[in-house]
Design a protein around this ligand. Structure first.
Ligand code: NAD
Length: 482
């Protein structure tokens, strides 16, 4: 039977082998309609304590699992997630407002991440060094860090959870996962896949809650690593909470990424990539290419084509064949409209789209993607992450100018470059102060599993592959004299 709203009137914490209804529930509404979806409990200090205690017991067993056991478990979990794609994707669309096609793509990506992580487990083993002449040898051990807290976001609930939790389990850690209250029901589906795949029950607990629960977890003395995906504010607060225990923090935070189009680029391809770059998942993507920089020789023509392409983007019921679904809430939609109005009052020009639209048969909040030019670079529209389908565009003269505009941000998450000249591409990607660069593509990371990390206010610490697993390992050197 498909998972539906009626099946989840009240979410429960999943701790050890028990399910607990919790207290202090908040009502969460769905994105497509703004109707009640579930009641989410807010984890308290005593529940955090209990969860950490139970996870510590599980850790004492899982830490000794072999790398092949971990690897096999993750591989099997990947298949269970892929098998449940319809059920999970439907729930993701309800929780996020993204189109069902995008939700399916997220679930496929989550399954691929589990599979890829499984393959990287052996690569994180320790090393042995010998020096026969001196009868000395050494072991550089990589040991699981302990019980770790994973704090999730609402925009990619399955992909982000799969990424963080699989890396922690691959390292041999026990996990307490606190999903975003806005997208919390899929957490149970993911943990179910891990347990059916052979993860001992309770090794990945779910503790629901909001900012306060997250801070209680991050500051708890039984937590070894705090891995967060969220806004810059949440990242800073959680780093402060973790500071009392001098804990390692992995922070995957926001962005305001530049998508740079040079005159020599394949402009047809760039056009598609630039539009997708900021409208995908209704713009609620950390790496959204929301600052579009266009070389001045092609600026007027490209902007005109871009405006037409943005006008053609279909906004509507996310369960149908459209390009953009619902934004997460009416408040978020109002904030997008406000930002546009303020920028226009300061001289910005809306070249396409913008504004709330009514979608027949749906009562959620829907926003037409907006393309805005002539924005003052000190304006919030240029500097702040709006997390919606709004992009600013500006012309640039040459490489220097493009690099300086792209780096004019407190964030350093990602950037795109569209050009044919390889030497130019190399000069530019070297100068960009970001953790990920897409060349002649945007958002496409599926084919090559590379580590991802942010710079500046976008955070630090790696995700994906061996580097992602290492964030959950503690090293120990053993010097042995015979
Ligand atoms: P958010 O910061 O509101 O919430 C993220 C998580 O942190 C939630 O679990 C929430 O309960 C908790 N939280 C919120 N405020 C907190 C606080 N003051 N103290 C402690 N915990 C707090 O973010 P969101 O709206 O869920 O997600 C959007 C943000 O996440 C965007 O900034 C986006 O760019 C970022 N993001 C980053 C990546 C990445 O890989 N870099 C990926 C996805 C999303």
């Amino acid at each position: 039977m498909p998972f539906s709203k009626l099946d989840a009137p009240g979410l429960e914490h999943v701790i050890g082998d028990s399910r607990m209804p919790g207290t202090g529930h908040v009502e969460v509404t769905d994105a497509p309609d703004g109707c009640p979806l579930y009641q989410c409990p807010m984890g308290t200090a005593s529940e955090v304590d209990f969860a950490v205690g139970c996870a510590a017991e599980q850790f004492s067993a899982w830490r000794w699992s072999t790398s092949s056991e971990r690897s096999r478990m993750l591989g099997r979990a990947a298949r269970f997630v892929a098998d449940a794609a319809d059920e999970i994707a439907g729930q993701v669309t309800l929780e996020t407002g993204k189109t069902l096609a995008e939700a399916h793509s997220e679930v496929r990506s989550a399954a691929r991440i589990l599979e890829t992580t499984a393959g990287f487990v052996p690569a994180t083993a320790g090393t042995v060094t010998t020096d026969h002449s001196r009868k000395v040898w050494g072991l550089e051990l990589t040991e699981p860090a302990g019980v770790v807290a994973v704090i999730g976001t609402w925009n990619m609930p399955v992909q982000v959870a799969a990424l963080k939790i699989s890396a922690a389990l691959a390292a041999g850690c026990a996990v307490i996962y606190k999903p975003s209250p806005l997208a919390a029901a899929t957490a149970g589906m993911l943990v179910d896949a891990f347990e059916r795949a052979g993860l001992p029950v309770g090794t990945c607990a779910i503790l629901h809650g909001g900012a306060e629960t997250a801070q209680l977890l991050a500051s708890h003395s039984g937590i070894a690593v705090v891995s967060v995906t969220g806004s810059e504010l949440a990242g800073q607060e959680l780093m402060r909470s973790a500071a009392s225990g001098a804990k390692r923090c992995v922070l995957e935070l926001g962005g305001k990424s530049a998508n740079i189009v040079f005159a020599d680029a394949d402009l047809d391809r760039a056009l598609q990539g630039v539009v997708t770059g900021f409208v995908r998942n209704q713009g609620a993507v950390c790496t959204a290419g929301s600052r579009i920089l266009i070389q001045d020789e092609v600026y007027p023509q490209f902007l005109e084509r871009l405006a037409l392409a943005v006008e053609a983007v279909r906004v509507g019921d996310p369960f149908t064949a459209v390009d953009v679904g619902a934004v997460r809430s009416q408040e978020h939609c109002d904030a997008l409209s406000d930002s546009l109005e303020k920028a226009v009052a300061f001289g910005a020009k809306v070249c396409a789209g913008g504004g709330q639209v009514t979608v027949p048969g749906r009562s959620g909040a829907y926003f037409r993607p907006a393309l805005v030019a002539e924005v003052d670079q000190r304006d919030s529209l240029w500097q702040d992450e709006l997390f919606g389908p709004v992009a600013v565009c500006a012309p640039f003269r040459d490489e220097r100018d493009a690099i300086s505009l792209a780096n004019d941000s407190r964030f350093g998450l990602a950037a795109g470059i569209w050009a044919r000249d390889l030497t130019r591409l190399e000069r530019v990607w070297r100068e960009l102060d970001v953790g990920t660069v897409y060349v002649n593509s945007y958002h496409r990371i599926d084919s090559v599993p590379l580590a991802a990390s942010g710079r500046k206010m976008s955070g630090h610490g790696a995700e994906h592959g061996a580097a992602g697993i290492r964030e959950f390992l503690a090293s120990k050197s053993v010097h042995i004299y015979r």
